[in-house]
Write a protein that binds this ligand. Structure first.
Ligand code: NAP
Length: 228
């Protein structure tokens, strides 16, 4: 089901995005991966596969997305909006919740998804799947006082996912969001329960099973439904 399918992954140079690239290549997909800085993308550059292409792109810089859109030679079957940031796990009194830092989190996590989809829409295949990497921290029923703006950003990602899914339903495009698990990356930290490789393997398995009946839904990495 993944052989010769094309998958476009933002934030592909490290963490979950990088493992999604590797797992997709293992499954014989054609992979497009984006990075921001060459200097932070050494591992990505070491991938030697004729099925892999990398592009410099910042999800909050529309011209950079348009440039990539114009360079793509194959329609996208799976668009994975994975790039994201967290400004720390403090509450809103914490210095990490300065106005500037909060705007940055909302900008990258929420607007970054919208800008990516808007500018790559013409590259999507007829029955493409658009996947927003969200988080269970964005679920509305919670009792956590920490990571205030990160939670809000992921709640917004799920909300945006619903709007976009409604918009694209008539084009047979499936739009969903996924929680990748608590994953050992720079963001997830060393105590997280899953390796990035384990998360990516399960995510790819779950992506393969998606169809239009799933549109507008939020899933765990193992494909189980999450109420948000
Ligand atoms: N790790 C977890 O436990 C966990 C749990 C739930 C959800 N998530 C979500 O999973 C996704 C991936 O997280 P991760 O743990 O792999 O994080 P990570 O290791 O910190 O990697 C984040 C990736 O996003 C890229 N990125 C950040 N801002 C960008 C921008 N403006 N334009 C393009 N790329 C940008 C980074 O590129 P640079 O190298 O250039 O910074 C990097 O490739 C995120 O959306 C995150 O919120 C993670």
């Amino acid at each position: 089901m993944f052989y010769n399918k094309s998958i476009f992954i933002t934030g592909a140079n490290r963490g979950i995005g990088f493992e999604l690239v590797k797992e997709s290549l293992n499954k014989s997909a054609i992979v497009f991966g984006t990075f921001r800085n060459k200097s932070k993308s050494k591992e990505l550059y070491q991938i030697k596969s004729h099925n892999f292409n990398s592009f410099q792109m910042n999800v909050i810089d529309e011209p950079s997305i348009k440039e990539v859109s114009n360079k793509l030679t194959k329609p996208i079957d799976f668009l994975v909006c994975n790039a994201g940031i967290n400004n720390g796990f403090g509450n809103f009194f914490d210095k990490d919740h300065s106005h500037e830092k909060m705007l940055e989190v909302l900008n990258v996590n929420v607007l970054g998804c919208i800008l990516t989809i808007r500018n790559l829409i013409k590259n999507l295949n007829g029955n493409a799947k658009v996947i927003l990497i969200s988080s269970t921290l964005g679920i509305q029923q919670h009792t956590g006082a920490t990571a205030t703006i990160y939670r809000a950003s992921k709640a917004a990602v799920n909300n945006v996912m619903v709007s976009v899914s409604e918009e694209l339903k008539s084009r047979n495009i499936t739009v969903v969001s996924f929680h990748p698990g608590w994953v050992r990356t720079d963001m997830g930290g060393v105590n997280a329960t899953l390796s990035a490789e384990e998360s990516a393997k399960e995510l790819i398995k779950s992506f393969k099973n998606l169809s239009l009946k799933d549109t507008g839904k939020f899933f765990n990495y193992d494909g189980t439904l999450i109420n948000f």
